[in-house]
Design a protein around this ligand. Sequence first.
Ligand SMILES: NC(=O)C1=CN([C@@H]2O[C@H](COP(=O)(O)OP(=O)(O)OC[C@H]3O[C@@H](n4cnc5c(N)ncnc54)[C@H](OP(=O)(O)O)[C@@H]3O)[C@@H](O)[C@H]2O)[C@@H](O)CC1
Ligand SMILES: Nc1ncnc2c1ncn2[C@@H]1O[C@H](COP(=O)(O)OP(=O)(O)O)[C@@H](O)[C@H]1O
Ligand SMILES: [K+]
Length: 502
Amino acid sequence: MKILSASQTRSADAYTIAHEPITSLDLMERAAGALVHWLKQKYTAQIPFHIFCGPGNNGGDGLAAARLLHQDGYDVWVYLLEASQNKSSDFTQNLERLPQAIPVVRVQTEEDLPAALPKGSIALDSLFGSGLSRPLEGIYAQAVAFLNRQPAPVISIDIPSGLFADAPTPAQSAVVQAAVTLTFERPKMAFLLPASGAYAGEWHVLPIGLHPTFLEQTDSPYHLLVPQHIKSLLRPRQKFSHKGTFGHALLVGGSYGKMGAITMSGHAALRAGLGLLTVQVPHIGYTILQTALPEAMVLTDDHAHHLTRFPEDLTKYQCVGIGPGLGQAEASQLALERLFQQVTPPLVLDADALNLVATDRLLRQHLPPHSILTPHPKEFERLTGPATDDFHRLQLLKEFCAQYQCYVVLKGAHTCIGTPAGEFYFNTTGNPGMATGGTGDVLTGILTGLRAQGYSALEACQLGVYLHGLAGNLAAQAEGQISLIASDLYKYLGAAFRKASE
Ligand SMILES: NC(=O)C1=CN([C@@H]2O[C@H](COP(=O)(O)OP(=O)(O)OC[C@H]3O[C@@H](n4cnc5c(N)ncnc54)[C@H](OP(=O)(O)O)[C@@H]3O)[C@@H](O)[C@H]2O)[C@@H](O)CC1
Ligand SMILES: Nc1ncnc2c1ncn2[C@@H]1O[C@H](COP(=O)(O)OP(=O)(O)O)[C@@H](O)[C@H]1O
Ligand SMILES: [K+]
């Protein structure tokens, strides 16, 4: 699903108004109807709503929602913050349509704000939406500070006021801290990035029937991974298939004290449907692997504690995953240099393999094209240099993927897959329970297992990242987020495959 910029959203609104056709006022009515429908599912008419409206169409949404909630028997208070001269015409018309019975407070100075919102009420933030053109100041910033100190939960309409949809919001700006954001048609980029995403709280997308032709014809490099797409990628097993049908992968890693990482990757690769798995570990890992992962074949390095060489013949493997628990011994770095100078099967590089690539220019220069790299933000910035903000990090991601013709899985709450073609795919599954050691190793195993089965690099990244997060969600449902550990992810991977194919 494409993610649209604020200006594309404006064009989508305009296109819908012209081609459906529908008046702008009626489109706003539809948006407000979707908002109120959502609110009514969640809150009974005993809950009072305090609605803070700005001068633009976002404020217009708030006014229309106030009228609809009032008609449905809810207690509603409206606070008008319209210092701006440019009130939108839909705002003005919705103000005229506001029933007399709704109390309206005109807020021009801080003194006009109430001391506090009554206990048990909900605040709706419709101060500014995607039309925000500069940081909030004066009474608008004061209203934001007021909302942020209320115990009442704040529900933001379309986007937390003060947050830029698709550019960095300057530090120290006044931004509403929403408990929930109800956003129209598509999530905004800002929701997917760590610095800004926290303001949106839990966000829900409300479809408002923007014109499908516009959505189809508009190009965006930014995409969201959605269940329908994931389902379309999954390949069901055929009756006469055999283990050879599902690929043979090699996983390389593990070092003294870090054998768990490669063991978990191995479990995950097999649970991802892989036909055959060989794991290469340093000598001390032999018994550990044979015991903990009897389904895998094991090759041992001559060295007891770390990797010094890759197998001579790699042609029998359809994918090689390198990195979990690898360590950064000089001999391992040399082994990687030798590997990169030959023709290799598709590679998945993680953890210390990435750290070695980051410190060794030769390795970077010879990075085999179409490799999959799976850094967390710190590992990523070791590869590219520091990012000044989340949007700059995406720019670095784009440049890195283009320069090295590789796929980068930039891990986080909304993991982002960067591609050589300059596209970005944001994940929608996963939860903070997954912020625990070893979950990245599990992802490496899943990606290696999928790639070896013949999924393309992009397909493997999309499927792997989505299923890894979905397994995390299913594990959290059963075990809770706090107690979730990395091995739960491959325990629930089967359930994730089943759910994704429903
Ligand atoms: N039919 C449709 O189009 C639909 C639209 N929908 C809704 O519309 C919302 C977008 O509406 P919008 O474009 O009117 O923008 P919005 O954010 O309300 O305010 C812009 C106004 O604020 C002003 N302003 C900006 N920054 C400012 C600042 N820092 N401090 C002070 N003023 C500032 C700016 O003035 P200017 O920048 O020119 O000074 C302008 O006057 C969207 O999020 C969704 O909720 C839905 O109903 C679906 C149908
Ligand atoms: N808050 C979060 N929400 C969703 N997923 C998360 C969150 N925190 C971490 N994850 C996921 O957990 C994994 C952590 O990987 P990584 O940092 O490499 O861990 P490790 O090195 O311990 O294996 C990534 O796939 C990441 O997307
Ligand atoms: K808002």
